[in-house]
Design a protein around this ligand. Structure first.
Ligand code: MG
Ligand code: MG
Length: 264
């Protein structure tokens, strides 16, 4: 396993790529409302990323089972957990949730962050899933400090979500990130404290809980991208890219632009 530590100069480039992801998600937040299609959101994101001198990393991303990813963001609505493909037929409606995952490549380094947005008014039950998933992300980030292990992050996420009775998707994980979007190590959302690779200062990782309202079983859809819950219950996904530091991790991506507009 090759885990790449970053120089401070590289971390600044990582920050720039991740801040751009945050601004892109903030731009999308303005447009998420009933009646909009996921394809329209994709076009907005693609234009915004390119206007800021970056490349959308997801477009053309290879798939071992099928065609490369055909869009610039992943748009996963309701029971779709992750990797939903933007299209003209998926029209958002009041009470839906949409998880948008966005990646940019800027000056040779990757940004990666995701947020689950409410569409109009959502039910209290739905809101609780969103809040708990987002909280679990920050519980994981609290553990991402020099000297801890990957398992410390994993268990923190797992404990927080399972205490509420939610399901934790195990087939997909967070990851190291840098010049490549996916580097070592994997960051599972379940596990045991003290297990897994040791975290070292300047490691950059993406932590991304994928949490379901029902059980954790998933299907891969015939489009070979969209991952949905088997029981058709909704799922949430929040992701930050962070850098491991001594004492306290530093978050390189941001929800600040989103949360000027969106309240969960
Ligand atoms: Mg992502
Ligand atoms: Mg990721």
């Amino acid at each position: 396993m090759a885990i790449f530590l970053k120089t401070e100069e590289e971390i600044e480039l990582m920050r720039a790529a991740n801040q751009l992801v945050g601004s892109t998600l903030g731009e999308l937040a303005k447009h998420i409302k009933p009646g909009v299609t996921t394809l329209e959101l994709d076009k907005i994101a693609d234009t915004f990323i390119r206007d800021h001198g970056a490349t959308p990393t997801f477009l053309g991303f290879p798939n071992p089972y099928g065609a490369p990813f055909p869009a610039s963001i992943c748009t996963s609505v309701n029971e779709c957990v992750v990797h939903g493909v933007p299209n003209k037929d998926t029209i958002l409606k009041e009470g839906d949730i949409i998880s948008i995952d966005c990646g940019t490549l800027l000056n040779g380094f990757n940004g990666d962050s995701a947020y689950t947005f409410p569409v109009g008014e959502i039910s209290e039950e739905t809101r609780q899933l969103l809040l708990t998933t987002k909280e679990s992300l920050y519980k994981g980030i609290e553990q991402a400090v020099h000297g801890n292990h990957v398992g410390d992050i994993s268990q923190a996420v797992q404990d927080h979500c399972e205490a509420k009775g939610y399901g934790i998707v195990r087939e997909l994980t967070g990851h190291g990130i840098g010049r490549k979007m996916h580097e070592d190590p994997q960051i599972p959302n379940y596990g045991k404290r003290g297990n897994g690779p040791k975290l070292k200062e300047t490691m950059c990782i993406a932590i991304e809980p994928m949490i379901t309202q029902g059980n954790r079983q998933i299907w891969l859809m015939p489009d070979k991208w969209s991952i949905v819950t088997r029981d058709k219950k909704i799922a949430a996904h929040y992701e930050h890219t962070i850098v491991v530091r001594k004492g306290k991790a530093e978050i390189l991506s941001t929800f600040e632009e989103i949360e000027k507009i969106v309240t969960i």
